[in-house]
Unconditional design. Structure first.
Length: 444
């Protein structure tokens, strides 16, 4: 129903903001002095920023796309040409040593010399019991696995995040390596260390029916939980219709008043660009009586009160929409801790209600469980995870948890309603602040 909506098609069919792509992984370059370093090159032509033109005619809202793309794309440092007088020459990658097919893995553990369920090295014939490894494993690792002798030989020599070499930290379970700064940690970890791709998920959503006690414990421990019985199909349809109507009004107002650049650069008190092709629109209608199933009669309200207490209020409500080709957000938290030295119980939380099924292609929200704990934001030591909730379900998460919206790789729009609850002593002065953002004018 969402894909066929004419209002949505007119408003946001081709919105896009530019951003430099991550460089491909490659071998570490070797610098050699260029033979033509003294040759003079003609000066490069500077890009001239085209002025933003206002539309004078009242045309369809899809023209907003062309206006939003007027700003030139600034290249990242990684894509800029080096200023030094050296030419970067990439060495040919060394071929990986091939194992003779006749050299099969042994049938005995190389440690205890006993048979059983053995884990085989991908680069040599050795095999091991999981319990005989140092440190021992409790389950078979995913992907390729190497023994200690082959581990150093098989590791890549470029960071899996940025694609460049240097001083790298090796995962003890797979062949991936990372820069310390790309992991967001301050110092080298001690002992056995695994990358996020190898770590087991710290939190698995409760498989049974909604239980306030179990879900409260999950929330307090991991910072999030999934509530299954949130909305009916008719309620989802009503929310979707209102969402499309309000989004069309907001984009049409921006277009008619020539405020496209303001939306890109800063935003307004009720309408913001969170990242390329990702928009945040406040919709106060969700707190009215017609939509009581989102406020006073919400099925998740007993769970919210179990987490925050009975003395709560709705801070704001609205919709976060991710359009096709939206980019992945940086990790962030929605609000700060209230104490500078110790962890306190939750004081604010978000309820995310998807209006379409959240699939990996549509870019769900990625969370880092336990990162809401004080001092645990940068290196909680757990694997990030997503909850692929379907329509009718909702996700509750702590205001302080580390999370990000993943890029939308599908051809569908991905609208998600949010309702933010807080204890009455807490005031959100960061999001939608009237001091930081100006009001979006109304059309007369």
């Amino acid at each position: 129903a969402l894909n066929g909506s004419p209002a949505m098609t007119r408003s946001m069919s081709m919105l896009s903001f530019g951003r430099a792509r991550k460089p491909k992984r490659s071998e570490e370059p070797v610098l050699k002095r260029s033979k033509i370093e003294n040759e003079k090159k003609p000066p490069a032509k500077k890009e001239v920023q085209k002025p933003l033109k206002n539309l004078k005619s009242d045309i369809a809202t899809q023209k907003l796309v062309q206006q939003l793309l007027c700003a030139p794309i600034r290249k990242s440092r990684r894509e800029r040409k080096p200023a030094s007088k050296f030419t970067i020459i990439y060495e040919e990658p060394k071929p990986r040593k091939k194992i003779d097919p006749s050299e099969k893995n042994v049938d005995l553990c190389c440690v205890c010399e006993q048979k059983g369920l053995l884990l085989c090295c991908e680069a040599c014939p050795k095999a091991f019991h999981l319990k005989c490894l140092n440190p021992p494993l409790t389950e078979i690792p995913q992907g390729t696995w190497f023994c200690d002798e082959c581990h150093e030989k098989e590791h890549d020599n470029v960071c899996d995040v940025c694609g460049f070499g240097g001083e790298l930290l090796c995962c003890d379970r797979c062949s991936l390596v990372y820069h310390i700064k790309c992991l967001g940690i301050d110092k080298l970890p001690e002992g056995h260390w695994e990358c996020n791709k190898c770590k087991k998920p710290a939190y698995v959503p409760h498989p049974g029916p909604d239980d306030v006690g179990i879900l409260t414990n999950n929330f307090l421990q991991y910072g999030l939980c999934c509530f299954k019985n949130a909305l009916t199909k008719r309620q989802v349809r009503a929310c979707l219709d209102l969402t499309l109507e309000r989004l069309h009004e907001a984009f049409d107002t921006v277009r008619r008043l020539g405020l496209e650049q303001d939306l890109i650069d800063v935003g307004f008190t009720t309408f913001k660009t969170r990242s390329r092709n990702r928009y945040d629109l406040r919709i106060d209608d969700f707190t009215k009586k017609e939509y009581s199933f989102l406020n006073k009669k919400a099925k998740w309200l007993p769970l919210v009160k179990s987490i925050l207490g009975k003395d709560i209020y709705i801070v704001h409500s609205g919709v976060m929409i991710s359009l096709p080709d939206s980019e992945t957000q940086p990790y962030h938290m929605d609000g700060p801790h209230l104490h500078e030295k110790k962890h306190l119980p939750p004081h604010c939380l978000n309820v995310f209600v998807p209006l379409v099924d959240l699939t990996p292609e549509r870019g769900p929200t990625e969370f880092v469980p336990t990162s809401q704990m004080f001092g645990n934001y940068w290196d909680p030591g757990v694997k990030p995870m997503t909850i692929n909730a379907t329509t009718g379900q909702c996700i509750l998460f702590d205001y302080r948890i580390k999370h990000r919206g993943l890029g939308n790789k599908s051809k569908d729009k991905r609208p998600v309603i949010y309702v933010t609850y807080a204890q009455k002593h807490y005031k959100d002065v960061k999001n939608f602040s009237k001091k930081r953002y100006k009001r979006l004018p109304k059309l007369h």
